[in-house]
Design a protein around this ligand. Structure first.
Ligand code: 4AZ
Length: 290
């Protein structure tokens, strides 16, 4: 996650971003199946480009890689909880030789157990990498992690909502979260970071990459988000994590998952995400998520 304290004038977006909807008044009856709600956020306030607060992104998952039967574990990627059994991550986050993945739900500060509620760690029983994943182009950079047992939802552990099949978020502000690097080649934070980025039309994104001197092809399955002057972006370690927007009813839905980019927050090189609407049939065929 690249953060900046700089202010960006984006007239066509500033109005919609300065407004927030109230968190829906859904009393949190213990194990709930309600998606996209934030019981820990009292009013749906906007806090861009900074450390988040405990429980503010309850669908965020920390994907860790374990080797030598758990003797060595490292933080590898982000992920998104979509059902009690499944987490979306990036295909390029699949475990290395003789390694396995672990999913941590309800995490906030990775430096220690300082939180008011504990995180839940589950072993990943199965990694389902998209069959058409192409590591050369990052096409279909998606994987589903099947947890070895279902996670119990709680106020700090809530699945994200799926967008409508035909949803188009172009021009809207979205929030990306993760424990990835604070700048390209830089260090990592201890608390979950959040940053707001506008969703860019694919043709505009294609043009931006050309302007920056890159021949990269922006596929229809990709979604770009960021600024022409860079400064705010996802970065290494955020991969697989969520890019979300608030619905009119106050709940949050998934627009994309962090995939790749060239450097981080560099001018004319917005972050590239896997477009959730494009992958809904695939996600549903495996997990049953609507
Ligand atoms: C990465 O290396 C990565 N700026 C993820 C996202 C972005 C760049 C790199 C987007 O995982």
């Amino acid at each position: 996650m690249k953060l900046s304290h700089q202010f960006y004038a984006s007239p066509q977006l500033s109005d919609s971003t300065s407004r927030t909807l109230p968190t829906p008044n859904l009393a949190f009856h213990s194990p709930s199946t309600e998606c996209g709600v934030r019981p820990h956020v009292k009013s749906g306030r906007i806090v861009g480009g900074k450390g988040s607060t405990f429980g503010a992104f309850p669908w965020q998952v920390l994907v860790r890689e374990s080797t030598w039967l758990g003797l060595f574990t490292k933080n590898k990627c982000g992920g998104v909880l979509i059902t009690s059994r499944y987490v979306i991550t990036a295909a390029h986050c699949q475990p290395g030789f003789l390694a396995s993945l672990v999913a941590v739900m309800g995490e906030f500060d990775i430096s220690g157990d300082l939180e008011s509620k504990r995180s839940i760690t589950k072993n990943v029983k199965r990694v389902i990498v998209h069959r058409q994943y192409d590591p050369a182009t990052f096409e279909n950079d998606l994987a589903l992690l099947e947890l070895d047992s279902p996670v119990s939802f709680d106020t700090h552990i809530v699945p994200i909502c799926m967008p409508n099949d035909v949803a188009d978020f172009t021009g809207r502000m979205a929030t990306v979260t993760g424990w990835g690097r604070l700048k390209y080649g830089g260090g990592v934070p201890s608390v979950l970071q959040e940053v707001q980025v506008p969703i860019i039309e694919n043709s505009v994104c294609q043009e931006m990459f050309h302007t920056a001197g890159h021949n990269k092809k922006i596929l229809t399955s990709f979604l770009c988000a960021g600024y022409a002057n860079g400064q705010k972006d996802s970065c290494e370690g955020d991969s697989g994590g969520p890019l979300v927007l608030q619905r009119p009813d106050g709940r949050y839905e998934l627009a994309g998952t962090v995939s790749h980019g060239i450097k981080c927050a560099a001018p004319y090189l917005p972050g590239v995400y896997m477009r959730t609407t494009f992958y809904k049939p695939w996600l549903r065929s495996i997990t049953g998520v609507k």
